[in-house]
Design a protein around this ligand. Sequence first.
Ligand SMILES: Cc1ncc(COP(=O)(O)O)c(C=O)c1O
Length: 364
Amino acid sequence: MASMASLSASYPKYTSNFPTRYTHLLYDLCLVPRNPPLMKKGSFSDLTIVRSSNQTESMIDSTDKLSDIPLLSCLEAIEKLKRNRENNKGNQQYLAMYSSIFGGIVTEEAAMVIPMDDHMVHRGHGVFDTAIIANRHLYELDQHVDRIVKSATMAKIILPFDPGPGDFQLSPSGCHQPALYAIVIEDKSLFDSKGIKVVTSSIPMKPPQFATMKSVNYLPNALSKMEAEEKGAYAAIWLDDDGFVAEGPSMNVAFITKEKEMLMPKFDKILNGCTAKRVFTLAEGLVREGKLRGIRVDNVSVDEGKSADEMMLIGSGVLVRPVIQWDEQVIGDGKEGPITQTLLNFILEDMKSGPSSVRVPVPY
Ligand SMILES: Cc1ncc(COP(=O)(O)O)c(C=O)c1O
């Protein structure tokens, strides 16, 4: 085995209790040399992480007992990636991925990978956006592109790329190969119109500077979704600092008030939803027909929201989804609202036969 890497750094003494089973895991991951005198069972002291400044050098100290983990060649690693994919097939189908690193498109799932030192991966410095392809057309492509441009500007990312792979540091100044990735996945869950339950999120929402950009930092969003699932709900709804209704973890929220007004929170502290804005435009037809009294974007109090006739979640992932219960409060008569259902039909129809401003043909 090659000699120890040229750089090493020491953690400050850290003695909090740590379950023994995890210390084994760390041994196996080679973060900790297998050197019993340095380790107390169940706790850390004098840990040393070895770090290489030279990719050809080994990360493992030759004087330490070697881990059971094999050292793989690149081809062996790729073979394992493939087998791993085959053995752990989930429900999700990944149809294709473009990577500027490859300079091409791959359809083999095992090859849909991102370099570990991409600033997006290890520092969360990246932006993303998601649009629907339906009926051989990309829905609202321009609107999603406009938003990713805005997000990138806010994240100081020079388009069309994220900072890309670099030197594993906090600053992106060492990232010299900007990267762009695009992935096409099959989503069968889009058109569900069954009413769902939501809860109020206890996870703090992102401050406006971060909530208004679609960066890859979705930890609060994921925790909020997990909280909802733990409580048997579909999504958790954030309230802003002033206690007004904000949004869900991957969707906007809208209401039909008792006065038959469509009401949605302002976009200044939340993500500017492409679907919500399109729903508003389509809802104008209902105003003209007299089925809605008006459309209003305003602060929405929790009381106002919970006492609404209808509540809905709106976004590319859910389209328009009726909410029939928020915390303990049944919304309206507890059934899927008729206006919500009409708006879902409008969006579905728009995806099929809307104007060219929202439908861009995809030749596949
Ligand atoms: C936090 C958040 N709010 C709202 C939305 C809805 O946006 P859109 O309708 O553009 O999908 C999303 C979806 O990406 C989101 O992640």
